[in-house]
Design a protein around this ligand. Structure first.
Ligand code: CP
Ligand code: NVA
Length: 306
């Protein structure tokens, strides 16, 4: 069997995405112990972080334990991708200790090089390009909320970043209508919109106007305006994104039963008003908790659980 990795949501087919979501909804014990050896000993999971994390570290560590494995956390500077040693040497060595190698990186090329050098599945725990584990948790949260994602309208307001890209992938692959509202220069290119719309039965539209994106939507998503690694651009970005706050007034343009979602960490008063993220429509805590269930489902799939 070829080794499966998860660098982008699109490493899964449309049917496989649905399978991962189903595995994520199953009782954990029913998945068995795919991260244990045939003699019952735990296999390891390398979790390497070049950037800070709360949800991803905790959910991945617990998902590994629930799948019978043993997580080993290391900070990026300890491992030293291409500073202490080449990525390829790291990948080949870690494959001898672990059943999974996962990394949160500045440059997506590092997880691609890990995939090329590891003999076990590689999981992208966030890169400059994508955040597939977040996209899976977002999809799981909306499926739990709506029953199915197909036919629903999902709005994303703000920066077209790693989170927006993975969310777009799960939406279009699941048959949802994805509406973006992003300022010029921080939006999806025409090529990117064409790529997204080719992924499945859903659709994608983009505007610079949050009201256009949110009108009648069933879920309204946003994310920070300043992603990790962009701190030097903070002042400029705060100026550019000022009209993209998800306010109560903006939420009133969505469907009457619309939910608000955010991957967290959130910056109240910037990308979202406190009364929205802390209000009745907010699903951000369920969404964060679903990171555990979707991480477990995704790793079970990569390890061959049916
Ligand atoms: N949403 C998310 O990935 O959170 P962390 O950065 O805390 O892991
Ligand atoms: N877009 C954000 C997501 C944080 C979970 C970042 O990359 O920092």
């Amino acid at each position: 069997m070829s080794i499966r990795s998860l660098l982008n949501v699109t490493d899964l087919s449309v049917d496989e995405l649905a399978t991962v979501l189903k595995l994520s909804q199953r009782e954990p014990a029913s998945l068995g112990r795919p991260l244990a050896s045939s003699s019952g000993l735990p296999l390891g999971a390398a979790l390497i972080f070049e950037k800070p994390s709360n949800r991803t570290r905790h959910s991945m560590e617990m998902a590994v334990v629930q799948l019978g494995g043993h997580p080993v956390y290391t900070r990026g500077e300890e491992v030293g991708f291409d500073t202490r040693e080449p990525v390829e040497d790291i990948g080949r060595i870690l494959s001898g200790y672990h059943g999974i190698v996962a990394a949160r990186v500045f440059s997506h090329s590092v997880v691609e090089r890990l995939r090329a050098s590891c003999s076990v599945p590689v999981v992208n725990m966030l890169s400059d390009v994508s955040h597939p584990l977040q996209g899976l948790a977002d999809a799981l949260t909306m499926v739990n909320e709506f029953g199915v994602l197909a036919g629903r309208t999902v709005a994303y307001v703000g920066d077209y970043n790693n989170v927006a890209r993975s969310l777009g992938e799960v939406c279009v692959m699941s048959g949802a209508h994805y509406r973006l509202a992003c300022p010029v220069g921080y939006d999806a290119s025409d090529d990117e919109l064409a790529r997204l719309s080719s992924l499945g039965a859903g659709s994608v539209e983009q505007s610079t106007d949050p009201v256009v994106a949110v009108r009648g939507a069933h879920a309204v998503h946003t994310d920070t305006w300043v992603s990790m690694g962009q701190e030097a651009e903070k002042a400029e970005r705060l100026g550019i994104f000022g009209a993209y706050t998800v306010t109560e007034s903006l939420m009133s343009r969505a469907s009457g039963d619309a939910v608000f979602m955010h991957c967290l960490p959130a910056y109240r008063g910037y990308e979202v008003e406190a009364s929205v993220i802390d209000g009745a429509a907010s699903r951000v805590i369920e969404q964060g908790h679903n990171r555990l269930h979707s991480a477990r489902g995704a790793m079970a799939f990569l390890l061959g659980v049916k």
